[in-house]
Structures are given as structure tokens and as C-alpha cells.
Design a protein around this ligand. Structure first.
Ligand code: DX5
Ligand code: ZN
Length: 224
């Protein structure tokens, strides 16, 4: 059975003076989850925000909160993000020497768990944990900033991971993050992704959140 195709707007690109409004617009436009990018200025060369923003999103939106931790040694902060209302937490393979422990700590907190890989990390890194995951995140840009260009070699990486998941964990989501726009989302779906993070193509000054999400969904229709 084909997996549902999920749109996950990244709040990193939202106007923080109007965050509540933007999140409601995303919900009304049919967003499936909210992607929340946490950056520490160490694992990635940028600082965004912490659990306090997750907690604010929880108060304003009923959508599942998909927390992408781009922080060194994420195991230090997992319970804080769980308490703030995260529905699922994704940790980076590259961010800790103890990725197995980090993944299992998220599960013990009762949350769904994702494992993220940077574009330069060999896919084999996923293998030991593949059966334990709810989500695999294949980064399609180097993490740290919104608005970057999709790295084309991601397509092959998605195909490989989708095949692996079919064999060992067919219910897991395959998420892609970075540079997703209406003109590439169908191709990315054909490569096997079913969960699409979109920041600057959802929250921008060119069009409304509703129209932007509609455009992504319309482009996805082509694949079904
Ligand atoms: C990048 C973040 C992304 C980012 C995506 O480090 O993980 O989630 O917000 O932004 P766009 O969709 O603009 O590439
Ligand atoms: Zn992200």
C-alpha cells in the first residue's frame, strides 16, 4: 500500500512576530505536521530556538510537532523537548558518539523517533538502527539554514533507503529536508520520500501559506 504523503512546514521560515497566525494558516491549509528546527550554534553554524518555542507551538496548534534537533549530544535535552510537547524527535547520527542510546531514550520517553543523516554521511550509518526507527530523515541540504538549494544526489540516497525500509521497516516514514519546492517535490516523492519538510516554500512573502501548501500538494498529485 502506498504510504500517505505528508507535508511538514518548517517554522524556521515563519514570521516569528506572527507565529500563531502562521501555524493556524498551515493547519487550515492541510499541513500534516509542524517541523521545528532546533539549532545550537555548535552542531550547525546557526542558532535558532529551544524548547520554549516547542511549548508555544503546542499551545497554538493541534498538529503533531516534529522536532528536528540539530544540536550536539542531543541526549542531554530529550526529556526537556518531550515535556515541551514534542510528538516526535529526530536526532542526528553525526551529533553524538552514542546514537543508539539517544534513539532509545526518545522511545523510552514514549515519542516517535527519527534518525537524520547529513548529505555527506554514508547511508550505512542507518543500518544498525533501521528496525527501531519511526522515521529516517535524509538531509537534502547541509543543515543550519533555510532557503538552500536541494542537493541532487539526495534522489539516489532516498531510493536506496526506501528499498532498505521496504525490507526491514515498511511502516517508517522517509523524510526529506531542505530545498523542497513545488517544482521538485514530485521527483523527490518518486525517489521514495513520503514526508516533505518545506520551510521557505511555505512561509514567504510571495504568496499565502494556503496557496503555497496547495501548490506543493498539487505537485504531489502528479505522483499518485
Ligand atoms: C535546515 C533545516 C530545514 C529548513 C528547511 O537546516 O533543517 O528544516 O528549515 O528550509 P527550506 O525548506 O527553506 O530549505
Ligand atoms: Zn529541519
Amino acid at each position: 500500500m502506498p504510504k500517505p504523503l505528508l507535508i511538514a512546514p518548517s517554522i524556521l521560515a515563519a514570521d516569528f512576530t506572527r507565529l500563531g497566525e502562521h501555524l493556524q494558516a498551515a493547519e487550515h491549509a492541510g499541513a500534516d505536521l509542524l517541523h521545528i528546527d532546533v539549532m545550537d550554534g555548535q552542531f550547525v553554524p546557526n542558532i535558532s530556538f529551544g524548547a520554549i518555542v516547542v511549548e508555544a507551538c503546542r499551545r497554538v496548534s493541534p498538529l503533531p510537532l516534529d522536532v528536528h534537533l540539530m544540536i550536539a549530544q542531543p541526549e542531554r535535552f530529550l526529556s526537556e523537548f518531550a515535556k515541551a510537547g514534542a510528538s516526535q524527535i529526530t536526532v542526528h547520527f553525526e551529533a553524538t558518539a552514542h546514537i543508539h542510546r539517544a534513539v532509545h531514550l526518545v522511545k523510552e520517553l514514549g515519542l516517535k523517533v527519527g534518525l537524520a543523516l547529513n548529505p555527506g554521511t554514508p547511508l550505512e550509518a542507518l543500518k544498525p538502527l533501521l528496525p527501531d526507527l519511526d522515521l529516517v530523515l535524509i538531509m537534502s541540504v547541509n543543515p543550519g539554514f533555510g532557503g538552500q538549494k536541494f542537493i541532487p544526489s539526495t534522489l539516489e540516497r532516498l531510493k536506496t533507503v526506501r528499498n532498505w525500509l521496504e525490507e526491514v521497516n515498511p511502516t517508517a516514514d522517509l523524510q526529506v529536508d531542505g530545498g523542497i519546492v513545488a517544482s521538485n517535490i514530485a521527483e523527490v516523492a518518486r525517489a521514495g520520500a513520503n514526508n516533505f519538510v518545506a520551510g521557505s516554500s511555505v512561509f514567504n512573502t510571495k504568496d499565502t501559506v494556503q496557496n503555497n501548501i496547495n501548490a506543493l500538494k498539487a505537485a504531489l498529485q502528479v505522483t499518485t
